[in-house]
Write a protein that binds this ligand. Sequence first.
Ligand code: 0O2
Length: 288
Amino acid sequence: MSNGTSIEDIRMNASVSYRRGHGAAGREVTEKLTQNRILTNNDIDALTVLEFAAQDILQKYHAAMRQMEARLETLDQDLKLRRSRNPIHHIESRMKSVPSIFEKLERYGKDATLEAMEEYIMDIAGLRVIVSYIQDAYTILDYLEHQDDLEVVTVKDYIANPKPNGYRSLHFIVRIPVFFLDGKKAIPVEIQIRTIAMDYWASLEHDLKYKSVYEIEGVDVGDELKACSQIISGVEKRMQIMANALEGQKGHPGSSVVQKAKRMDLAQTLEAPASVAVTLAEDETELG
Ligand code: 0O2
């Protein structure tokens, strides 16, 4: 920029110009992008404006997503101490792309504006939490609902009520407060919690859908996927029964050991480390 215009100036101008009515141009570009049509120079200009204008907002969603992920990790570690196993297997995160945000707005019949994006699109930031057992999904939701600065806005329970194609997962939107230079904002993050088995099914279903395979050698893929989902659901219920029985037997050793350690006299502990080690070891054996 020969006249000394900074990236921040461009971003600010882009944002103002977009808010003043480049929405229609943005929608046109979005349509072209989603339909793989050729973009003109004007389209590319409009797209640049769109991307710049959206960046400030997307950065806030990205911050909210990272903070929500940290909360989940803390919860996982805390539950591990109490239950001697991590309920969370792993967490995936993703930011929705600008074209797919505007495509969704169009599907909802809303204007392609930044205001509409913030008002109607709740899954700009998304976390997918993969857990071991079905009960882990509800436990995590329950703990999040009890964190008093979070607001669980909507819950879609596709585990209790699977989609017609067999899709199972627990979806909810959480608003998390994030502090920025211009103040605090409660930003929505979509959380999908599913078991390893549900994730396996969803990944393959997504793949098959993407490949548009409807019928292979006389087998209806839709029916087959639904049947697989039901089998997986049955297997998961049996695994859950075993997990419950095992956890009942163990009686949450972690919390018991921590409670015992808290009751110890520190001076005595420092003088007689060996006996403390024996006491803790006995406790583990007792419960293990
Ligand atoms: P991405 O990139 O995966 O996030 P909508 O129906 O879109 O207006 P909503 O609330 O977004 O409303 O839909 P919903 O039912 O809560 O599901 C949204 C997300 O769940 C999808 O995201 C998928 O990730 C996942 N999902 C929902 N149904 C299925 C399914 O049948 N199969 C698989 N594999 N995944 C599913 P997006 O928006 O598709 O994109």
